[in-house]
Design a protein around this ligand. Structure first.
Ligand SMILES: Nc1nc2c(ncn2[C@@H]2O[C@H](COP(=O)(O)OP(=O)(O)OP(=O)(O)O)[C@@H](O)[C@H]2O)c(=O)[nH]1
Ligand SMILES: [Mg+2]
Length: 187
């Protein structure tokens, strides 16, 4: 029988964001970091935990909300990996009903995109607290400062507060500075 968790030790987190921003890849990284899987799968190879249906593997994209979970500091964290394509936007409402918080993934190359805006508004309508995860910061020509300013300017309700600042751009990316812990984390 699986481990039993008390309700207060369970978190339900929806992963939102524009199509292709990297939600499934982040989900996979979280599973790997929490040692739920031995090897990180890849969307392009059809080897991720959450894009597992034949259609998802064929099209290299999420089609339905996928549930996986990690254990972290004695808490069970259920992860809802939601498809970003507007064609499957019907998945978001039910996911936000059960998730009490969200991660909004933004592709650093493209910044705020149409589904990012829509998902942000939907999270607002459900009054869900959220963090923004800026993904693909390994890519060239990323201007973190500019992107951060755009995000702060666009999302005023609720206001966005940076808690981690990247060190270096593109290939020179070295890690992050955590503002809350006053610590630098190197790759
Ligand atoms: N360079 C780079 N590529 C990434 C990163 N994260 C994801 N990708 C790639 O971006 C593509 C899309 O990633 P997915 O994880 O499928 O994105 P998604 O948001 O789940 O996409 P949908 O479910 O279709 O909305 C894949 O080819 C990933 O390998 C990253 O941090 N850096
Ligand atoms: Mg996906």
């Amino acid at each position: 029988m699986g481990k039993i968790y008390k309700p207060e030790s369970i978190r339900n987190v929806a992963i939102l964001g524009h199509v292709g921003s990297g939600k499934t890849t982040l989900n996979e990284a979280l599973l790997f970091r929490a040692k739920c899987i031995d090897k990180k799968g890849e969307v392009a190879r059809g080897t991720t935990v959450s894009d597992y249906t034949d259609e998802e593997i064929k099209h290299n994209m999420s089609i339905r909300t996928s549930l996986s979970f990690i254990e972290w500091k004695d808490h069970k964290i259920n992860l809802l990996d939601i498809p970003g394509s507007g064609d499957f936007s019907g998945e978001i409402n039910p996911a936000l009903r059960v998730a009490e918080s969200c991660i909004v993934v933004i592709d650093a190359e493209f910044g705020i995109q149409i589904e990012t805006e829509k998902h942000w508004q939907m999270a607002n309508s459900f009054k869900r607290p959220r963090i923004i995860f800026i993904n693909k910061i390994d890519k060239d020509m990323i201007n973190h400062k500019e992107l951060l300013e755009k995000i702060e300017h666009n999302f005023k309700e609720p206001p966005v507060v940076p808690i981690q600042i990247p060190m270096g751009n593109g290939k020179d990316f070295k890690g992050i500075i955590d503002i809350i812990y006053h610590k630098a984390f190197f790759l």
